[in-house]
Design a protein. Structure first.
Length: 365
């Protein structure tokens, strides 16, 4: 699948569909003197602009890596979603202002059978566009298309609000045009804030996908000689460029040649199966011998602390009498306090050793 081509094609479909809706709604809105329909048409114009931004962002994100950006331009695609969110928010604020003016100085909207029919057609069209964006977005894993699909679904619901305005005007003579426009504006602003939040997430940094992390751990643990997989960290440089790192635990008697062969197979496998470029680090396990009792005591101490999810990377350097290990601590807990308590308990039993403990935070809710 040519991902870029599919995204551009979906965006072109969206531009064409939304521009047709803009022409329909503006014409009907001015004829019927309805601010709600006019604002709905303006919102469709911003949808067309959003699709243009998506095309530009996709083209920029597809540029090859260079010296200035050795990991490529994939994150531009996330900035595209930020721009779309800003466009939605601006449209919402402008609509909000116009709706307030309409409430203070109401006009006299009129809705004919033809006007209502056009609104119904517009609602069906926005539903179709939303489904199209969602399918293409899921297919290409493009957040900008998925956001446009969500926005189109919002538009369909909001356009249905104009039918309420028409019914109130034609059946009971009530002019609620400005009020409905106000509601539309607030919902559009809410949608813009949600899209902005989702767009900024990958840029600021999100917790790891637990399903993906578990799948990677299961895969790596399947290699002969791997006793455990830990410290999986993934950094997303775009939908098609994920860099990462992890550590595997191997028997401390494993030699350098065996480690080299093992880590090479793992990195090649991760690239092929998960499309992830990963660096593999090593933990040497002291699971037997003179320090087996110390490791068992550590496990007992950890079992009494509910904030600790896991301990790994246990190793004793006999040359300087230092014990190394990592602890996975719940994000809501005070990691330093938990670590200090564990170290005090171990030091009481093994006073001749010092302890070097790394805190790994568990972000799972």
């Amino acid at each position: 699948m040519d991902r870029e081509r599919e995204i551009v094609r979906a965006s072109v479909y969206g531009i064409a569909g939304n521009l047709l809706l803009v022409a329909f709604k503006l014409a009907v809105g001015f004829v019927s003197h309805s601010i709600a329909i006019i604002l709905d048409g303006v919102n469709n114009a911003t949808d067309a602009l959003s699709s243009i931004v998506t095309i530009v962002g996709t083209k920029l994100a597809g540029r090859r890596p260079d010296r200035r950006h050795p990991f490529g331009y994939g994150r531009v695609e996330y900035l595209t979603s930020v721009v779309i969110a800003v466009i939605i928010l601006v449209a919402g604020v402008v609509s909000l202002r116009e709706s307030v003016v309409k409430i203070i100085h109401p006009g006299t909207p009129s809705y004919s059978v033809v006007t209502i029919a056009v609104i119904v057609v517009a609602i069906l069209a926005k539903i179709a566009i939303g489904i199209m964006f969602k399918r293409f977005g899921d297919k290409t894993q493009c957040e900008a298309l998925i956001a446009s699909g969500v926005d189109s679904n919002y538009d369909a619901v909001l356009s249905a609000g104009t039918l309420v305005v028409a019914a109130a005007q034609n059946l009971w003579g009530l002019n609620i045009d400005g009020i409905v426009g106000l509601i539309i504006s607030l919902v559009v602003c809410k949608a813009g804030i949600e899209v902005l939040r989702d767009a900024l997430g990958p840029i600021i940094g999100l917790p790891e996908d637990k399903k993906l992390v578990n799948a990677i751990a299961t895969y790596v643990n399947g290699f002969p000689g791997v006793r455990g997989t830990y410290d999986i960290v993934l950094d997303n440089f775009g939908p098609n460029e994920v860099l990462g790192g992890l550590r595997i635990e191997v028997d401390d008697a494993t030699d350098a040649r065996q480690i080299h062969e093992l880590t090479r197979k793992i990195t090649e496998g991760l690239a092929e199966k998960f499309r992830i470029r990963a660096i593999v680090g090593i933990y040497a396990a002291n699971s037997q011998g003179q320090f087996a009792d110390m490791r068992a005591d550590l496990q007992k101490i950890v079992a009494e602390e509910p904030a600790i999810g896991q301990v790994h990377g246990f190793y004793v350097d006999t040359a300087d009498a230092t014990v190394y290990f990592d602890m996975v601590v719940d994000f809501s807990a005070d990691g330093e306090a938990v670590r200090d308590a564990v170290v005090r308990a171990l030091a009481a039993r093994y006073p001749d050793y010092s302890f070097d403990v790394v805190i790994d935070t568990d972000y799972e809710e």
